[in-house]
Design a protein around this ligand. Structure first.
Ligand code: G3P
Ligand code: MG
Length: 240
């Protein structure tokens, strides 16, 4: 059965990548949570998607130019009725929230635009502190970063994110040392799912919001779909 992972939490109904979004996703029956991590100026791991603050907060400029203290003052819930004053969480705060919940944790390293030095090591250390290695999968569009993790000898599962169709991505994933492909919906082809499974890889697809898309990826047999609307996806999957 295809699993439902909440994309940036239940981001269709709450402010993305915030604690309420993750709580809501769990309430909606998500099997997993996907979220994006970056480094502050003073090297704290925070959960936010864009490299800049304007779209999801009342701040301005680059995440990387702000200290954690600066970022904690920002409102990440503005514009979402009932969520005003919600803060940008740290990775540790998210782990505190979900440590007893039965959900997979897809930590996406948001490091392809800004190659944050030391992000991988810091994320690994926090996963280790919380003893969550058996529930985490680390993904990134920066495949050099994933290769570095594989070479470091990590036993964490690694997921290769990509947006456009690739040639035999299952071979690429195996060679790199990854255990999953994370294609966009439009780059997800039946042959990729089939060959990846033969190679022992998971295929986790984003972003799958519409019921017809949920049915399509379910019929392809993908392992997880990553959606902004976990309750809706769950309903479609249960309705069969
Ligand atoms: O991890 C799946 C998806 O989140 C990748 O794209 O831009 O939403 O982080 P993006
Ligand atoms: Mg993401």
């Amino acid at each position: 059965m295809t699993k439902v992972w909440a994309h940036r939490g239940a981001s269709g109904s709450s402010p993305e990548n915030t604690l309420p979004a993750f709580e809501m996703a769990i309430e909606q029956g998500a099997d997993g949570l996907e979220f994006d991590v970056q480094l502050t100026r003073d090297d704290h791991v925070v959960v936010i998607h864009d490299e800049t603050l304007e779209r999801t907060t009342d701040g301005r400029g680059w995440v990387a130019d702000h200290s954690l203290e600066d970022l904690r003052r920002l409102d990440a819930g503005a514009g979402h009725e009932g969520f005003e004053g919600v803060r940008i969480p740290t990775l540790a705060e998210v782990f505190d929230l979900v440590r007893d919940a039965d959900v997979r944790l897809n930590v996406e390293l948001k490091n392809s635009r800004i190659p944050y030095q030391g992000l991988e090591e810091r994320v690994l250390a926090i996963i280790d502190d919380y003893g969550l290695a058996d529930r985490v999968i680390v993904s990134s569009f920066d495949h050099n970063s994933l290769r570095g993790l594989a070479e470091s000898g990590t036993t964490l599962p690694l997921g290769i994110l990509y947006s456009e169709p690739l040639w035999r991505p299952w071979n690429y994933a195996v060679k790199l040392g990854a255990s999953a492909l994370h294609p966009s919906l439009s780059a997800t082809r039946p042959k990729v799912v089939e060959r990846s499974h033969e190679a022992g890889l998971e295929v986790n697809v984003w972003t799958v919001n519409e019921p017809v898309e949920v049915e399509r990826v379910r019929d392809l047999g993908v392992d997880a779909l990553i959606t902004n609307f976990p309750a809706r996806a769950r309903e479609v999957l249960n309705s069969r």
